[in-house]
Structure formats: structure tokens, C-alpha cells
Design a protein around this ligand. Structure first.
Ligand code: ADP
Ligand code: MG
Length: 309
């Protein structure tokens, strides 16, 4: 592995994040940019995490059905982008799935499966159209009591875009960012592994070349639990209320904007091969799919850049 000239590894957004800088115009400016990028990602975590009781998002969720509350630019921007990707994906991506994720998280801890009634109750609260934004007043509101939102499916992408912007401003010319499966390459061509869904972390099925671009993966193998041989993972299908049962084990998307890829990879994973592929093409992104039969295939535009291992 290339050795980095400057490096930061830190926890935020529910994962370990690494920023590795290889080349720059000026060492002091690059070092400063690295510090600012890290601080920006940590600030986003504090503002956007549903696991922080004082975060803007937690306050918004607590006020559901009661009041519009003031939120900052990041929250407003991410909520409006989330609503956009919800519409674009026919609801497969929905940040209002929090009541379902919370329900499944409780059962994951107990090793149990929620009853259909519990799932139906949480599902009835899922509706991204119920997120009301007033950009001028700088407020957001959830219409109904019990509704809640979380940015687990989109925040890492936004954070990675922000970190990249800060590094470029600081004269960084070559770097690699990895925010828990959200990878951004600045400068040189680098290879990103397509994780084997059933092997140890780091064992790749294939690899794809990435030049000045982002790659984001959503899969069923990172966070899941099993009951009676059935796997329950952390991406829920907002149409059924259950962890999505598409024919995909993972999807890796590539293009220039990590936020877009983060939202779309979650949506494509829910939609499955055929509908997912249509969404990828509509967005002008490229993709590598790993199916439940462990078949691997990629979109036209990646031929030549993708290699099976
Ligand atoms: P990861 O965080 O593992 O990289 P994703 O980007 O696919 O994976 O996001 C999964 C997270 O997004 C979940 O942990 C949950 O917080 C949230 N989430 C789950 N299902 C959906 C969905 N259908 N739409 C939007 N967000 C979701
Ligand atoms: Mg995502």
C-alpha cells in the first residue's frame, strides 16, 4: 500500500473514517486542511446523528407532530436532498424509515423478530412527504407524532463530499478518503475492492479503478443478525417494513458525487437488479452488482475498469 504523507483516522457517523493524503502543493496548508476536514466531519456527526440526544435531528424527531423547529443549513440541505432521492427512487430511499430501523434495532439486540403488527405500526409512519421544510425561515417539521428521520443512508456521502472540498481548497492533489465503504479518490487512479459478502473484511471478489471519483457500497453483510437461519440486515424496504429482500448482496456505485451515490446505493439495494439498474442509468452513474448467487456484473461504462479476482 502507498504510504501517506499525512493521515487522520477517527470515529464519526457510526464508522471509522480515514483520510490519507499523498501529495499536496504545500505541506503546512495540507496539514491544516486535514484538520479542518476532520473537524467538519465530526461537526456533521454531532449535528446529524440520531444517536446524539442533543443533535438537530434528535430535536426534530422529538418535536414530531408538535412544532417546526429551527435547523441549520446542513440539516435543511440533507432533508431536501433526501426528499428528492425518495421521489427519484419511488420511495425506496426514505429517510423517514427511522421508526422501522429503531424497531429492528431493538429486536436485533434481543435476537428476536418484530411481530407483523409492530412492523405495520412503524410502517404507517414512513412518509418522506410528511417532512415539511421552510428554507426561508430555516425550519423543518415532521407532520405526525411518532415520525422520525435518520441520515444513516446519506450522511457519510455528504461528509465525504465536504471533506474532499476542504482538501482541494487546501491544495491537496492526491488523497484517498474511506468513510466506512464510502470511498473518494483525489488525483491518481486507485483500485477499490468489491468485498466478498461471505468472507472476512478485506477479501475482494473484484476490483474497480477509481480516478478522481467516488465509490459507495451498500450490502447486507456489514450489519445484520440471524434468527432461524434468516438474515435480517440494516437496510429496510420502505414498501414492506422488512429488511429488503432483493436479489442483491451488494451494490457499488461510482460517479463524481458521494452524496448522490450514498442515497442511490441504498435505493438500488432495495430495488434489486432490474429496477436498480434503471435508476443507476437514469442517474448517469456506473455500478457493480453482486447477486445472491454471487454472480458479479457491472454496467457498460465500467468495462475495462473492472476486474474479477
Ligand atoms: P451503510 O451505512 O452501511 O453504508 P447505507 O448507506 O445503505 O449503508 O445506509 C443504511 C442506513 O440508512 C441504515 O442503517 C439506516 O440508518 C438507514 N436506512 C435504512 N433503510 C433505509 C432506506 N430504505 N432509505 C433510507 N435510509 C435507510
Ligand atoms: Mg447509502
Amino acid at each position: 500500500m502507498e504510504s501517506a504523507a499525512l493521515e487522520a483516522v477517527f470515529p464519526a457517523l457510526g464508522t471509522t473514517n480515514s483520510i490519507r493524503i499523498f501529495r499536496f502543493e504545500d505541506r503546512a496548508a495540507a496539514g491544516e486542511a486535514l484538520g479542518r476536514a476532520k473537524a467538519r466531519v465530526c461537526a456533521l456527526h454531532d449535528r446529524l446523528s440520531v444517536y446524539q440526544p442533543e443533535s438537530e435531528l434528535s430535536l426534530l424527531n422529538a418535536a414530531a407532530g408538535c412544532a417546526a423547529i429551527p435547523v441549520g443549513e446542513d440539516t435543511l440541505f440533507l432533508l431536501s436532498q433526501s426528499k428528492r432521492y425518495s421521489r427519484l427512487s419511488g420511495g425506496a430511499f426514505s429517510v423517514s424509515t427511522r421508526p422501522l430501523s429503531a424497531l429492528w434495532e431493538i429486536h436485533a439486540r434481543c435476537g428476536t423478530v418484530p411481530s407483523r403488527v409492530e412492523v405495520e405500526q412503524s410502517l404507517s409512519l414512513v412518509c418522506d412527504e410528511d417532512i415539511l421544510l421552510d428554507e426561508r425561515a430555516g425550519t423543518a417539521e415532521l407532520c405526525r407524532f411518532g415520525q422520525s428521520v435518520d441520515f444513516g443512508g446519506i450522511a457519510k456521502g455528504y461528509a465525504a463530499d465536504e471533506a474532499r472540498r476542504i482538501l482541494l481548497d487546501g491544495g491537496v492533489t492526491s488523497a484517498l478518503l474511506n468513510f466506512g465503504g464510502t470511498v473518494v479518490s483525489i488525483g491518481d487512479v486507485r483500485h477499490v475492492g468489491i468485498q466478498h459478502p461471505d468472507r472476512y473484511t478485506g477479501v475482494a471478489m473484484g476490483r474497480v479503478a477509481l480516478e478522481d471519483a467516488c465509490a459507495v457500497t451498500s450490502g447486507d453483510y456489514e450489519r445484520y443478525y440471524e434468527v432461524d437461519g434468516v438474515r435480517y440486515h440494516h437496510i429496510v424496504d420502505p414498501r414492506t417494513g422488512y429488511p429488503s429482500r432483493s436479489t442483491l448482496r451488494s451494490v457499488t456505485l461510482l460517479c463524481g458525487c458521494a452524496l448522490e451515490l450514498d442515497a442511490l446505493s441504498t435505493a438500488v439495494f432495495v430495488l434489486g437488479e432490474q429496477e436498480g439498474l434503471r435508476l443507476v442509468q437514469q442517474a448517469g452513474a456506473e455500478a457493480v452488482f453482486v447477486t445472491d448467487k454471487l454472480d458479479v456484473f457491472c454496467t457498460e461504462g465500467l468495462r475495462g475498469n473492472f476486474e474479477l479476482l
